[in-house]
Design a binder for this molecule. Structure first.
Ligand SMILES: [Zn+2]
Length: 423
């Protein structure tokens, strides 16, 4: 068996996934393999039930070429986005289109045993609810912190020791009988952005800022997610903000970005504005609901509350200054503002932009675009978790077991048929 067979299969499958309805001659151009090799790889993918014919494309003289597409309903993928204060779980088809989502509030400080237990319960319910869509092929998990890789597999979470020791990936894989992969949810949100937003998909060098209660950034360098040596690349949440040393961060240091401008900081400072009466809008929310959430601050600012607006503006200036540092370090062509702060974009995006332009090197900002996320923030992380799982599932190293399982599952397969597909 030629050693380039699985890379070839993966490349053909990847091109079909990217371009639904692609014709075989175009496919040959896209993957840069010979016509007969591509024809054979397509035949193998069709035999495994992964690729289907989508009718005929325009003829360029001879016989009209077939259009090819991914058989999206051949299986399902489970995505789970675990944030500091909530979990979103989704089931998607093999094209990555979400079929159903569920959301629950959690407290990540309850620890992995409890939180992953909740994720399992939510996942079982949603898998049952969408029960007719084929078996589960893969699981993608977004984690509320950096994830370090060891030999290509997620191994530890360097900033969360209790989560590092927990066998999250193995537990989910054995609970649902499908391979599971995990990554920092901010990285996954960036993948979700690249799936949905053409501007982000086209960017070769992208800085994505995201996060809910926390703040994080994902960095794409040369078209690839840049994770760094320990999965910590882009972990701006604990970057020091000059001049605010008095604010204690959850990590034990003083004046971290997250402690000054993160969701929990907005909630804390918003509560102070409510209690002091400086913000009548937030005072009303506190009386009515008994708490202040970051979204209450952005909503109050949206209603024109001056104190809430000033609070968000201050956060935006601090975020902009931190992003300016990333712009100088990574020299991106695009900065995308996602996460909770994206919901308040009218009030804060201008301030973030201004601060980046003011602080980053002019040569770095001359052609730089700074745009709000194009993804619904409720599902940005889980969209990326599904995308991540699909990308891992269809990698050359994992494709043999995928194809093997499909061929074994085919009741009509004749003895010996597909024997060449065994890894
Ligand atoms: Zn910190």
């Amino acid at each position: 068996m030629p050693s380039d067979r699985y890379p070839g299969l993966a490349a053909v499958l990847d091109a079909i996934r990217r371009e639904d309805g692609v014709t075989q001659p175009i496919l040959v151009e896209r993957v840069g393999l010979g016509r007969s090799v591509v024809a054979q790889r397509v035949a193998e993918l069709e035999e495994a039930g992964l690729v289907v014919s989508r009718g005929l494309g325009p003829s360029t003289g001879g016989r009209a070429p077939r259009r090819l597409g991914l058989r999206a309903d051949a299986g399902r993928v489970l995505g789970a986005d675990i944030a500091t204060n909530e979990v979103v779980v989704a089931v998607a088809d093999l094209a990555g289109d979400l079929q159903a989502t569920r959301q629950e509030e959690i407290d990540v400080t309850d620890g992995p045993d409890i939180v992953i237990g909740i994720v399992e319960r939510m996942a079982r319910a949603i898998v049952e609810e969408t029960g007719t869509g084929g078996e589960l092929w893969a699981i993608g998990l977004g984690m509320p912190g950096p994830v370090a890789y060891d030999g290509g597999a997620a191994a530890t979470m360097p900033t969360m020791p209790e989560w590092s020791r927990h066998p999250t990936v193995q537990r989910m894989a054995s609970a649902f009988g499908a391979p599971a992969w995990m990554d920092d949810r901010v990285n996954l949100s960036a993948l979700g952005e690249r799936r949905v937003n053409p501007l982000a998909a086209a960017s070769r060098n992208l800085v994505y800022m995201g996060g809910g209660y926390g703040i994080g950034a994902a960095v794409v360098v040369g078209g690839q997610l840049h994770r760094g040596a320990h999965g910590l690349a882009g972990a701006i949440d604990h970057m020091p903000v000059p001049g605010v040393e008095g604010v204690v961060c959850g990590c034990g240091n003083l004046g971290c970005l997250e402690a000054v401008a993160g969701g929990a900081a907005l909630a804390r400072d918003g509560r102070r504005l409510a209690e002091s009466g400086e913000s009548p809008v937030l005072a009303e929310v506190l009386t009515r609901t008994g708490r202040i959430r970051p979204g209450d601050v952005t909503a109050a600012a949206g209603r024109g509350d001056p104190a809430a607006r000033a609070l968000l503006h201050r956060a935006a200036v601090v975020l902009g200054a931190s992003l300016a540092t990333l712009v100088n370090v990574f020299d991106p062509d695009l900065v995308v503002i996602g996460g909770g702060i994206a919901r308040a974009r009218a009030h804060v995006l201008a301030a973030i932009r201004e601060e980046i332009y003011r602080r980053a090197m002019p040569a770095a900002t001359r052609d730089l675009r700074i745009e709000p996320s194009a993804v619904d923030q409720e599902v940005a992380g889980v969209t990326g978790a599904v995308e991540f799982a699909l990308a891992r599932l269809f990698e050359p190293g994992n494709l043999p077991s995928v194809l093997d399982a499909r061929l074994r599952a085919r009741p009509e397969a004749a003895p010996g048929e597909g024997a060449g597909l065994t890894a």
